[in-house]
Design a protein around this ligand. Structure first.
Ligand code: NAP
Length: 472
């Protein structure tokens, strides 16, 4: 595919190969953009911002609504594209394509709801005869940088609200998975988006990232990706609005009164989807000592039953990781934990980029598989004594994106909700659950700012305060 730059599909002599992670076959190529392309994109986006700001809410709604309809009609094609470039199983590819429709639909609705409020200035001692209200206006140029693991829906979570708010957006998709983002741009143009409204530049983030995020014309950066790159972007961004959706090592707490079969089903579902490459994957299972053995007995068979293989085969439950080097990393971290006294309950083997779904028990909180972000198909099980200890273990992390607890006790559930330092909290399910309309984002070094169309639109707009000085 070509990249979309300055309102035109643009090719370059230098290419990047996009590969199917399962068999390493080349799916397609994209141009390798460079610093000159960034400069061109930024100049064009200045014009784009002016064009987009002139569109009415109704026009923005119509474009996004039509795009959502076109995406819904192309669900199977989009689902296969996602699975082929990313490696997630086809059922998850279709699900992501469906969720992306909801994200775009939700964004369309927000295009009609951009409003300010009247401010009761007469409540101020000097405010009599003043009339005040706020106006919500677009930021201008939005840079949207997305990760590999949800190549369509996470791009929609940025592009949908950015366009709903009347911005011009420059998309920088992950190099491993740029095709879904480029297809989205095609769809938006077909839906009537002015060509000035969006650009999609492909190329290595290490090369084109810095000039893109440091440019003063950019008024908003929305980034989803690793903490390391997020940290770099924050340092370079200067004075502009930034949203950071970063990683985590999400915990789930299993209290002694939990229904262990239900917990095992939930952990098998939330620890291994997309081969564990979900920012809110269950990674640390903190289990009450009283039920520790019973829980491992319930979990083992459920995880063993997850068949591995080609992601496009309907029978496969866990496909390859995005790159073999990541599967090798997961293998090393598991081996390191075993070397330190942990034990593999099931899994622990690797073939190419496919790492078998793995349960590691007796994990110490200081082991890398527990304290760093694993981002792979393994969960680390650790025993605890009291709820205070469980909460302390859950909070013993620089991250705070999502967490879960299994209990029937409302006191424990509320204590968990109040005291666990996490942006999303789930009672009686694992941390990996998201409705695309909810406010979603992390605490601590998992980031700041919220996604979900209603909340992202606020992040993608500025608030102006207008005061009428009436009465002479
Ligand atoms: P990543 O390596 O941080 O890359 C994310 C994006 O940043 C890619 O488009 C990448 O481009 C780009 N990039 C790289 N260097 C850059 C630079 N110097 N300046 C600007 N952009 C740069 O992350 P990933 O491996 O794709 O994704 C996995 C991470 O994302 C995990 O940590 C996961 O937890 C996190 N994540 C968080 C959420 C959330 O909502 N909180 C959701 C999904 C994923 P290249 O691909 O060209 O390097």
């Amino acid at each position: 595919m070509k990249m979309f730059l300055e309102g035109k599909w643009t090719d370059k002599p230098k290419k990047i190969e996009v590969r199917n992670p399962y068999d390493n076959s080349v799916v397609d190529t994209v141009p390798k953009g460079d610093g000159d392309d960034v400069a061109r994109a930024l100049s064009f986006a200045e014009r784009g911002a002016r064009v987009m700001a002139k569109l009415s809410g109704y026009e923005r709604w119509r474009i996004l609504r039509k795009a959502a309809d076109l995406m819904a009609a192309r669900n199977e094609e989009l689902g296969r594209l996602i699975s082929t470039e990313e490696g997630k199983i086809i059922a998850e590819g279709r699900l992501e394509a469906n969720r992306a429709v909801e994200t775009m639909m939700g964004s369309a609705e927000e295009a009609k709801r951009l409003h300010g409020e009247t401010i009761p200035l007469d409540g101020d001692p000097g405010g009599a005869k003043k009339l005040g209200f706020t106006l919500r206006v677009p930021c201008g140029i939005v840079v949207a940088i997305s990760p590999f693991n949800f190549p369509l829906n996470l791009v929609c979570h940025k592009v949908g609200p950015a366009l709903a708010a009347g911005n011009s957006v420059i998309i920088k998709p992950a190099t491993d998975t740029p095709l879904s983002a480029l297809r989205l741009v095609e769809i938006l143009l077909e839906a009537g988006l002015p060509p000035e409204g969006a650009q999609c530049i492909t190329g290595s983030g290490g090369e084109i990232g810095d000039p893109l995020v440091s440019d003063r014309r950019v008024r908003k950066i929305t980034f989803t990706g690793s903490r390391e790159i997020g940290d770099r972007i924050c340092r370079l961004a200067g004075i502009k609005k930034v949203t950071m959706e970063l990683g985590s090592n999400c915990p789930v707490i299993v209290m002694p009164d939990a229904d262990l079969n239900k917990v095992a089903v939930a952990v098998a579902a939330t620890g291994y989807a997309n081969a564990g490459q979900v920012c809110i994957s269950t990674q640390r299972v903190l289990t009450a000592g009283k039920v520790y053995g019973d829980f491992l007995s319930a979990l083992g068979p459920k995880v063993e039953a997850l068949t591995i293989g080609n992601q496009l085969d309907e029978k496969t439950k866990v496909g390859p990781m995005v790159r073999e080097v990541d599967a090798i990393r997961v293998e090393q971290w598991v081996k390191e934990a075993v070397g330190g006294g942990a034990r593999v309950v099931t899994g622990g083997s690797r073939r190419g980029a496919v790492y078998a779904p793995t349960v590691v028990a007796d994990v110490k909180p200081t082991m890398r598989i527990s304290c760093d972000e694993l981002f792979g198909p393994a969960v680390a099980v650790t025993p605890f004594g009291s709820i205070e200890e469980a909460i302390a273990l859950a909070n013993d992390s620089v991250y705070g994106l999502s967490a879960g607890i299994f209990t029937e006790n409302i006191e424990w559930a509320m204590k968990f909700a109040r005291e666990v330092e996490s942006g999303n909290l789930h009672v009686n399910w694992g941390p990996q659950w998201r409705a695309d309309l909810m406010p979603y984002g992390g605490l601590k070094e998992s980031g700041f700012g919220k996604e979900g169309p209603r909340y992202a639109v606020e992040e993608m707009t500025e608030l102006k305060m207008v005061v009428f000085h009436l009465g002479g």
